[in-house]
Design a binder for this molecule. Structure first.
Ligand code: ADP
Ligand code: ZN
Ligand code: ZN
Length: 747
């Protein structure tokens, strides 16, 4: 793409992004007859031959020269669109993201488009219609006594341009149509469907059932004031504090101007309830984009967003790339949620891109959360975001009280202290509901041999197999491998095998034993795999009869349980001493989110946290202070350690079937980085290369090199140079290399 390089060919050249792992665009010639035309334009799809394949790419630029000689330039095979597929803003965001996340541009476009478009299906359907000319002399002879054919012919004459469905509705068969066609009494035509019309602007709302409280009013007013330009708001309010009500007021304002709203929710938060809530409030088309759609549904929803016929577009992570004809607002609900970060392939943060996109579109973006990420809080402190607070839970005076139970000297029974069991019993006797939280599914995380100490590990990963109860099996939570439960130790043949640790299934059977008269409902990935099973469980819980609800972090998202009066966090310690520097932040967010799901006005919730380190400062600040104070402390610690958000990270990772080649490869990369930084006086810290905390996963050994700097631009300069270097190198085939900018997962 460099303009200085010497042109060897002058003439119209298309720079095409093709789905390939190469970080560059490729020059092609237009079709001969398109040389003089303005077609193809930037943003359209073209079919090109690429090596021995035919691929579909996107025209990223149209230039008037190439550094390649004419004989090396191939013409495209076909131009697939007459208009760009993506809006200008989305197109620019993708180019920017390809650069920022150092991901091949062709793959970035591929990730943003529905599969149908990636595969070359036309953007709009072609529809057929038929017309009939004036009555002719031969007509009577041709028709003879075919009365039905006569009827159809006169029907088409009266209707004018007639579609198949019109004929079908009037009771004419397809056969009649082909008979008329054969006799050449009618003509067949086709045309591309016009884009659907934009949705009708909503009537401005006059009355709402709900009167906003003071804080909500302040929030709505603040956003309303700047609705026609870019601004990022952090709406900080716990579950039930009325965030959604605030989003809806702002949405109402934009929808009544005919502007569309894009709402992003965590993977698991996109429940039918969320969609229903918007549909009930707004009399305008709502479309959703998530992993549960088939490709036809996805294409339809995407087109409605693009054409402007959908007023509200609600979706998970990748919906951030949906083009909007009339963008008016972006909302990211639960902005702290880790599902907004794509963890493989094109590793982007949908939250961060939402902010860039809003800036590009010159519209407002609202990031909402009850437990904002430290990144967003830091941005609010440095005035990049406007911080809005909702501190009152509607209808509840006080947020639930939290208490840490010290279990360091307790004999635990299947993960429960005496005290906790006593408290659960008390709440059940008072005919309330109880929620037990543990972030580990399966029966037990460890299977070992009592005689020789052997531990059952996954061969593909350096990780223990988790024991599952139903059916009895061992499963690896990292690579998905599964096998039957071994009956004896493969090492010493002893039958004395033992499970250690607790998982949801084990607790389920324990609680059923302890509370035989109370339903125990387990909610985790395994128990909700079947369609509608989660909805059925939620229904049962919402009936309000006493029950024990038990589950993983699925409980921390999306749902509210007004009848729960006791929340028990079985084990807070794994988060306290995590290998990941975000461990404590995530633990705090999960606990506050789980606690926030429970209780209502007349029955305030009680939260109990079991820990062997009850006096740990982090736990104490969670229990005795607000999330704001907790996150302040966390931010201070990050500042002292110069960790994000006070520095910027990039994780370079190499994976191979053996450790050595991966280490060797990253060593070379580290040396390049070292030289480049010295040469350009870039203060970038390097940590590694070192084996990843999880050394082997899914059969691959993993080595990583962490880069750390105080300024993003410095890191970007290094990464661009590194990618250019890699492009020119022959990479060892056995090594898989990836770049993760602003990584979330360091394990
Ligand atoms: P969040 O999105 O923060 O979890 P919601 O907006 O869903 O909170 O509000 C929680 C509940 O309180 C909803 O049932 C909502 O209708 C109700 N609510 C919100 N704001 C008010 C208000 N100002 N007065 C009365 N009820 C409200
Ligand atoms: Zn053994
Ligand atoms: Zn595994």
């Amino acid at each position: 793409m460099s303009a200085e390089a010497k042109a060897k060919y002058r003439g119209k050249v298309l720079q095409v992004a093709v789905p390939s792992p190469l970080r560059r665009v490729f020059d092609y010639l237009p079709l001969p007859k398109q040389q003089a035309l303005s077609k193809p334009r930037v943003g359209v799809r073209v079919k090109v031959s690429f090596g021995r394949q035919q691929l579909i790419g996107i025209v990223v630029a149209v230039t008037d020269s190439s550094t390649l000689e004419k004989k090396k330039l191939k013409p495209i095979l076909a131009c697939l669109d007459s208009e760009p597929l993506l809006s200008d803003a989305v197109f620019k965001i993708l180019l920017w993201a390809s650069n920022y996340y150092q991901h091949p541009i062709g793959e970035v476009f591929a990730a943003a488009l529905p599969a149908k478009l990636r595969n070359g299906i036309p953007l709009r359907e072609n529809s057929k219609f038929w017309t009939a000319g004036k009555p002719s002399a031969e007509e009577a002879d041709l028709l003879g006594r075919a009365a039905k054919q006569k009827d159809l012919l006169s029907f088409i004459r009266t209707e004018g341009e007639t579609s198949e469905s019109q004929m079908r509705e009037a009771g004419f068969s397809k056969q009649l149509l082909s008979q008329l066609l054969q006799k050449q009494l009618i003509q067949e035509h086709s045309r591309t469907d016009a884009p659907a019309a934009c949705f009708e602007p909503l009537e401005p709302a006059e009355n709402f059932d709900i009167e906003l409280n003071q804080e909500q009013l302040v929030a709505v007013t603040a956003v309303s004031k700047t609705l026609d330009e870019y601004r990022c708001f952090l709406l900080d309010g716990i579950t039930g504090s009325g965030k959604t009500e605030v989003y809806m007021r702002i949405m109402q304002e934009q929808l009544s101007k005919g502007l569309q709203c894009l709402i992003l929710v965590p993977e698991i938060g996109l429940t039918p309830q969320t969609i229903t809530r918007f549909k009930q409030r707004f009399n305008c088309p709502v479309v959703s984009l998530h992993s549960g759609l088939n490709e036809t549904e996805r294409m339809t929803a995407w087109s409605q967003a693009r054409d402007g016929s959908a007023g509200i577009v609600i979706g998970t992570r990748s919906a951030i790339f949906t083009p909007l004809a009339k963008p008016g607002l972006i909302v990211i609900d639960e902005e702290h949620d880790s599902s907004f970060k794509q963890q493989d392939g094109f590793r982007y943060s949908a939250r961060d891109l939402a902010v860039s996109r809003a800036r590009q579109e010159n519209i407002c973006v609202v990031l909402g959360s009850g437990t904002p990420s430290l990144e967003s809080l830091h941005n609010a402190r440095s005035n990049k975001f406007t911080h809005l607070h909702l501190t009152q839970r509607t209808g509840i005076d006080q947020s639930s009280s939290m208490e840490v139970i010290d279990v360091s000297n307790e004999a635990m029974i299947e993960g429960f202290s005496e005290q906790l069991l006593y408290r659960i019993r008390k709440h059940i006797q008072q005919r309330n509901q109880v929620l037990v939280f543990i972030n580990r599914r399966g029966f037990a995380p460890i299977l070992n041999c009592q005689s020789c100490g052997w531990i059952c590990e996954c061969e593909n990963c350096i990780a223990q197999f988790t024991v599952h109860a139903n059916p009895p099996s061992i499963r690896c939570h990292h690579c998905g491998a599964a096998a039957r439960l071994p009956r004896s130790c493969p090492n010493c043949k002893s039958k004395d095998l033992n499970t250690m640790g607790i998982g949801t299934q084990r607790i389920e059977s324990f609680l059923k034993n302890q509370f035989p008269d109370t339903p125990v409902i387990r909610i985790d990935r395994d128990s909700t795999r079947r369609k509608h099973s989660l909805e059925r469980m939620l229904e049962e819980i919402n009936k309000g009869d006493p029950c024990i609800l038990l589950g993983t972090q699925m409980l921390a998202k999306g749902h509210h349980f007004p009848n729960i009066t006791l929340v028990a966090i079985l084990d807070a310690d794994s988060g306290l001493f995590s290998a990941d520097f975000r461990g404590q932040e995530h633990m705090g967010q999960t606990i506050v989110q789980v606690a926030g799901r429970a209780g209502r006005a007349d029955r305030p919730g009680e939260v109990l946290i079991q820990s062997r380190h009850a006096s740990h400062e982090t736990l104490q600040s969670l229990a005795n202070k607000t999330y704001a104070e907790f996150s302040d402390t966390q931010l201070e610690e990050r500042m002292t350690a110069q960790l994000p958000p006070f520095s910027h990270l990039c994780l370079l990772r190499a994976e191979a079937n053996e450790m050595q080649p991966a280490l060797q490869f990253l060593d070379g990369i580290a040396q390049f980085c070292q030289r480049f930084c010295e040469h350009n006086s870039l203060p970038i810290e390097q940590l590694g290369p070192l084996p990843a905390p999880m050394e082997k996963r899914a059969g691959k050994y993993r080595v990583q090199l962490l880069l750390k700097t105080d300024k993003r631009s410095k890191l970007q300069a290094l990464l661009s140079a590194l990618c250019a270097e890699l492009e020119g190198m022959k990479l060892p085939r056995s090594v898989r290399f990836s770049i993760d900018v602003d990584p979330q997962d360091l394990v």
